[in-house]
Structures are given as C-alpha cells and as structure tokens.
Design a protein around this ligand. Structure first.
Ligand SMILES: Nc1ncnc2c1ncn2[C@@H]1O[C@H](COP(=O)(O)OP(=O)(O)OP(=O)(O)O)[C@@H](O)[C@H]1O
Length: 250
C-alpha cells in the first residue's frame, strides 16, 4: 500500500477566529469566525474596506494580539493559549514584520538594524548572510549608513532585509507601501514577490492598493470581519472591481 502523505502544515492556520474589542454596549467585533489556511511559500494579500478587520487579522495571525475565540497556528505551532514569554520568543524567531512607518532604530546603522533580530534571539551573526541580504534588497553599499541618511524606499528595503534575515516562517507586511510614491512602492513589492519566488518565503500583506495586491498569488477580501472572497492571481482591475462591490472606494 502506498504511504499516506500528510499534507504539509500551512504557514498560518486560523480556525473559527473571533476578536471583539471592548465590552458591553461599546463592544465591537472586528473578526467573526474567520477560518483560513495560508500556504507555505505563497504571497497572500489581505484587502477590504477600512475597518473590515485586516490589521486585526494580521495581528492575531502574527501573535501580536489575542483572539477572543478560535485557534491560531503558525508553522504548525499553536499560538492560542501560549504564555506571553513564549509568544514574544516565537515572534522574534519565527515572524518577520514590515510596517508602513519602517520602524527602524535611528541610532543604529543599516547593518545593525538588519542584524538586530538575530542578536536579540542570541543567534550568531554571519557577516556573509547580512551582506547577502543587503545585496538582495539593493543596499550593498549602505551597511554603515544610519536610517536618517536614507530615502523612505531605502528604509523600507532595510526593513525587508531585517524581516528576511531570520528566515522566518512568515513575513507579515502591514501597508508596506503606504508611505511611498508609486515607483518606489513597485520596487518594494518586487522585493516581496522575489522573496516568495526565490527564497520560498511566505508573505502576508495587508494593503488598500489593488495594484499592490495584484503582486500576490492569492487575495483575501474581508468585509465586516468575515472573509467575503478569495481570488487566485487576480489582476488589479478585477481586485478594484471586487473592492467596489464590497462597498469600498478602490
Ligand atoms: N484597540 C481597539 N479598540 C477598539 N476597537 C478597535 C481596536 N482596534 C481596532 N478596532 C476596531 O475594529 C475594527 C477593525 O479594525 P482593523 O484595524 O482591523 O481594520 P482595518 O480593516 O485594518 O482598517 P483600516 O483599513 O482602516 O486600517 C474597526 O472598526 C476598528 O475601529
């Protein structure tokens, strides 16, 4: 009899996740029984009207926020019920983050910013690996510069190198192009796309921009805290059209 192959664990799994902010009459349910699997090595975009729960979904999946009910796994490890210390460690070692505001440490050089997660995790820093990461994001000559000497797009490249350097289970990007001009935004999206294609890096990105979402393999649409639709490899026009029917201005 052929061996039974167990399907590979998804990079992220949410099982019937709900999240309510506040209590009593002021309570607001931002996620309502959301279930999804994010496949490994894929680039997934999360779209939806303002307030539909995109950031809440990302924070719950990344272990930055606690769910009210339901269960969350990251790389086969269940986050739900994990203690704060274990969660912090897991985020440090298995998750990469890219934010709209770059979030670099201004007093540190580019190379020091990139190696920060490794040093915090007590992992020996391989110089060659850092050089390789800076090369990948097009900043080979900038290792000794401070973030203040770089453009916004260059700072976001540093943030991407920092997110990739630990070879995390997932890179979560929250509006990574929100503060950038169109041309620079495309360059950042190319880097995220290449991380998935060349490194097999799982990427989950929240965005408002249909053109940005069109770089992803899969686009999830949220509306009122629920998954309203999932499109595979849609073009920007189709994404914009779907957003319009969800009541958003795309
Ligand atoms: N800490 C909080 N306390 C109370 N309500 C919150 C909190 N965080 C988010 N919310 C509410 O939950 C809902 C979903 O918020 P969330 O930030 O996940 O939406 P979003 O889709 O990311 O929105 P946007 O596109 O505007 O960033 C919103 O109505 C928001 O006001």
């Amino acid at each position: 009899m052929p061996p039974v192959r167990k399907p590979a664990d998804p990079a992220v799994r949410l099982d019937s996740v709900s999240r309510t902010y506040g209590r009593g009459p002021a309570a607001f349910t931002a996620l309502r029984e959301v279930s999804l699997d994010v496949p490994r090595g894929a680039f997934t975009a999360v779209m939806g009207p303002s307030g539909s729960g995109k950031s809440t979904l990302l924070h719950c999946a990344a272990g930055l926020d606690r769910v009210g009910s339901g269960r969350v796994w990251l790389g086969g490890v269940e986050l739900t019920g994990m203690g704060e210390t274990a969660l912090t460690e897991l985020r440090r070692e298995r998750v990469g983050f890219v934010f709209q505001a770059f979030n670099l440490v201004p007093a540190l050089t580019v190379a020091q910013n990139v190696t920060l997660p490794l040093r915090m995790a007590g992992v020996r820093v391989e110089r060659a690996r850092v050089a390789q990461m800076l090369e990948r994001v097009g900043l080979a000559g900038r290792a000794g510069h401070r973030p203040g000497m770089l453009s916004g797009g260059q700072q976001q490249r540093v943030a991407i190198a920092r997110a990739l350097v630990t070879r995390p289970e997932v890179v979560f990007a929250d509006e990574p192009t929100g503060a950038l001009d169109t041309v620079t935004a495309r360059e950042i999206l190319d880097l995220l796309r290449e991380a998935a294609d060349d490194l097999g890096q799982t990427v989950v990105m929240v965005t408002h921009d249909p053109v940005a979402a069109a770089y992803a393999d899969t686009v999830l649409f949220l509306a009122d805290g629920r998954i309203a639709d999932v499109l595979e490899r849609p073009g920007a026009d189709r994404i914009a059209g779907r957003m319009t029917t969800l009541g958003a201005r795309a």
